[in-house]
Ligand binder design. Sequence first.
Ligand SMILES: [Zn+2]
Ligand SMILES: [Zn+2]
Length: 227
Amino acid sequence: APAADRSRRHSIDGCGVDGCGSGARPVFHIVVNLSTLLGLDNDPGFLDGHGIIDAATLRTMVVEAERSYLNTHTKQADRQPTRYTPSKKLINLVKAGELCCTFPGCNSPVWKADIDHTTPFDHRNPTQGGQTVLTNLKPLCRFHHRIKTFTSWQDYQDDLGHGWFQSPTGHEFHAAFFTGRTLFPGLIPHRDPDHPARASLDTARQKRITKLADDQRKWDEANPPPF
Ligand SMILES: [Zn+2]
Ligand SMILES: [Zn+2]
């Protein structure tokens, strides 16, 4: 189901709606399924920076809103994988798919967030580095974008859009558990149940868990009590 991103009185750049960035006026963004706007269902929507809102309330709120419609077919949005800057459509898909900064525990509003290449883009050789595609992009607030860029936190992202982070101490954290893909399953990149991405995700995670347990055991053996 297509999701519409809605904004009135824009002051944030990059949301793709005309007039955005024109002056310091109040702004809010709502993500909602088109079917809900049309009254075909009563699924909840999401008010950026606030949380889930019910269908009746959001229909009232969007009456005079500017709307942009997001076609959830990711193939169209992924057409320029070797261009550093994502298209407006791709940015909106990334943001609607996450709804907050992706960093574990952060609920910083997504429409102000930076768009981060999980595997870094290679400016010298764009075909070699991380691609500008839905499965390699995620929103990070400026604070967590800096943490990712300038510290030894590591992050990963798989073909289904899940992200996870490894702290400098080796601890693993799942990225936000609740995302736009939870609320709007139409935003989940389509994959068959037996798609290799599912298996490779499980394998990769299992490998890291095993390695962490091994490291912990080695450390314990090398550092016996008393502490
Ligand atoms: Zn980045
Ligand atoms: Zn954050």
